[in-house]
Design a protein around this ligand. Structure first.
Ligand code: ARG
Length: 278
């Protein structure tokens, strides 16, 4: 038996049935059937190989009629061996939940479901801080609702800091907020209300924070996957790249144009399975 030396584990879903078939976020507007299938396949494969260089990547089966199933970040919030299953707001994505639950259960996770009316879109809206303290950042306002908080507290017993999202282009927390190893943070301040900005500034010291520009934000710079010192993202301005390099990160840019038509990039296309912050 060979034991993998890679420390991280992710779940991805191949884009065999990916396209923009409905509009549930502003990125999808005017993009119905506009994703170039061949290019999407190439972009996904390239990202998959980059991720596989530093992590074990498991794959689930794509399902016809569920074009957004590729965005596995929205499957659940994973912590140790527990997965709090998403409860999707939009009817178009609700049938995905059973497929994610089946995969997670078969993989050995204890899958917890939420009561009706509690909306939650998994690791798209719930991100662990990667500094010293056990902290879960929860984005709400567009997809998830704050009613999920007590359920998450029950399931994973970690301090939760809620952040209200207020720009519809940044409808999931992982589109505008990215905790990095050693407690660094990338975020787009204008995507949050004043109280949330104050909470972010109270938790993270100024020398660990990089506030991205609108231009970086709309190129999904915050939708980055961070494994140890690697940061894999669609695109970073030279200013952002320099900031990351100066802190010892390796910046890997890989074009994600076709998935951005659906409102997602590298982070959305992957679910980290080895989350354990306590
Ligand atoms: N079209 C998908 C949606 O609007 C994109 C999901 C992106 N996922 C993410 N984790 N931000 O739900």
């Amino acid at each position: 038996m060979s034991i993998s030396k890679k420390q991280s584990r992710f779940l991805m879903c191949p884009p065999h049935h990916f396209d923009v078939e409905y509009v549930i976020n502003p990125w999808m507007q005017g993009q119905i059937n506009a994703a170039d299938q061949q290019l999407a396949g190439q972009q996904w494969t390239r990202f998959h190989s980059l991720l596989s260089e530093c992590a074990d990547v498991s794959l689930m089966t794509a399902v016809s009629g569920l074009p957004d199933l590729v965005f596995t970040a929205n499957a659940a919030l994973v912590h140790n061996q527990t997965a709090v299953l998403s409860s999707f707001r939009c009817p178009e994505r609700q049938p995905e939940a059973q497929h994610y639950a089946d995969w997670l259960e078969a993989d050995g996770f204890t899958v917890k479901t939420l009561p009706a009316g509690t909306l939650f879109e998994g690791a798209g809206d719930a991100l662990f801080d990667r500094g010293d303290k056990a902290l879960l950042w929860l984005g709400y306002g567009f997809r998830s609702n704050a009613a999920v908080v007590p359920h998450l507290e029950d399931s994973i017993a970690v301090e939760i800091q809620q952040l209200r999202l207020c720009d519809p282009r940044f409808y999931h927390l992982d589109t505008c907020f990215c905790p990095l190893e050693e407690g660094f943070l990338l975020y787009y301040p204008a995507a949050f209300d004043a109280e949330s900005n104050a909470a972010i500034e109270a938790h993270v010291s100024p020398n660990r924070i990089f506030a991205v520009t609108e231009d970086d934000a709309i190129h999904f710079a915050c939708n980055a996957v961070n494994i140890a010192k690697k940061v894999i993202l669609n695109h970073a301005s030279s200013e952002l790249e320099q900031w990351l390099l100066a802190r010892g990160f390796e910046v890997i840019q890989t074009g994600m144009s076709e998935f951005m038509k659906a409102g997602g990039s590298t982070k959305c296309l992957s679910l980290r399975l080895d989350e354990c912050r306590i």
